[in-house]
Design a protein around this ligand. Structure first.
Ligand code: KG4
Ligand code: ZN
Length: 347
């Protein structure tokens, strides 16, 4: 017999960018339990362009969404009738992409008479941490780092995020993707830079952190892109040398070291200022091995409980949307709801 009481089965759907994902999550008194997770990646489609092409992403989602939903339900060993709730990303994201799962979820909810809830994408990333840390002590500092976000929030619980600081320009994930593109390492850049950095015998010269004249707490990653470009211009061999080259590996190591160090720098002071008891890191960049290792050292030193989801739950996925949707009130009139590319938190 399980030691928890079954509360509900939630189907979570996510298609805000270039991943089409569905998951079934059983919300229990002990926290969410993953029953199935399906994700169709579009990396092969966007790879040749070095970034996501919105129109292609939207069209591909339309082709993928029905099979992805059906597969998640089948893998969970349940039928549609067993679902207690459907949760879907309402925004922010690429509107054409969002609409694929958003519309499909409404149709399914209508057809089966299942309660439905729209979820903010970033609340999803926060709730990805609930799978491994359901009893996380709050308040928590929440670092959300992906291809579109580099934001630090204060959370008083699993459903609230208050912005503390963010990037002024590029997201950290973009820095990985653009650097990998200049080095011709492939797309998405994060995983290849990470793998390359891990094989490096030594780091290249360190990157200089940006200085802000206005003194405002924030990050900036666009300078890194220029710095990598300058190094490649000075040493054009780097652009064609590939992942086995020791200079490329050293450059990746320095880049990763800079991004990890800069991302974590404000954490100790902000934790102290806000009385934070824990640190959550989520979003695709939270897969990064160096960031995960550095965060563990920092959290131990600062006395913070650290929660970083397992890598497949850090990148965009339906499970995090189901976990967040389980904690929200279902919408009484899903039929009049729409996806919102610029959805604000708390809206
Ligand atoms: O959360 P996500 O899947 O999608 C967005 O909402 O953007 O994040 C994708 C980003 C990409 O920029 C990708 O390069 C980065 O996450 N990423 C990584 C790693 N794995 C994925 N960045 C650094 N190291 C990794 N291991
Ligand atoms: Zn995301």
């Amino acid at each position: 017999m399980p030691s928890y009481t079954i509360r509900m089965l939630v189907l979570g759907l996510e298609s805000s960018c270039d991943d089409c994902s569905a998951a079934v999550v059983e919300e229990t008194a002990a926290g969410p339990v993953l029953k199935s997770l399906v994700r169709e990646s579009q990396d092969a489609i966007h790879g040749p362009f070095g970034g996501v092409v919105p129109e292609l992403a939207a069209r591909e989602h339309l082709l993928q969404v029905r099979a992805v939903m059906a597969e998640a339900v089948a893998q969970a060993g349940i039928g549609l009738k067993d679902l207690d709730r459907i949760a879907v990303t309402r925004g922010p994201g690429l509107v054409g992409s969002l609409l694929a799962t958003f519309s499909a979820s409404k149709a399914l909810a209508w057809q089966e008479g299942i309660p439905w809830v729209g979820v903010h994408h970033l609340l999803g990333h926060l709730n990805a941490a609930r799978f491994s840390a359901p009893d996380l002590p709050f308040p928590a500092l929440v670092l959300l780092v992906s291809g579109g976000h580099t934001h630090l929030y204060l959370a008083k619980d699993w459903t609230s995020l208050q912005l503390l600081q963010k990037t002024r320009d590029d997201a950290a994930g973009e820095a990985f993707d653009k650097a990998a593109r200049m080095l011709n390492l492939g797309y998405p850049g994060g995983p290849v830079v990470d793998a390359c950095a891990r094989t490096a015998n030594k780091a290249a010269d360190p990157f200089t952190p940006p200085k802000f004249r206005d003194g405002k707490a924030s990050w900036s990653f666009s300078g890194l892109k220029t710095a990598v470009k300058l190094r490649v211009e000075r040493n054009p061999r780097l652009a064609a040398a590939g992942a086995d080259d020791s200079d490329v590996q050293g450059l990746c190591r320095s880049l990763q070291e800079a991004i990890s160090t800069w991302l974590l720098k404000p954490v100790p002071a902000l934790a102290e200022e806000h009385g934070a008891r824990s640190l959550v890191i989520s979003g695709g960049v939270a897969c990064n091995s160096r960031l995960r290792a550095d965060a563990a050292v920092l959290a131990a030193r600062a006395g913070l409980t650290l929660a970083i989801p397992e890598p497949r739950l850090c990148t965009d996925n339906g499970a995090m949307i189901a976990a967040a949707g389980a904690l929200l009130e279902p919408d009484t009139e899903p039929w009049i709801q729409n996806a919102d590319a610029d959805l604000k938190l708390g809206a």
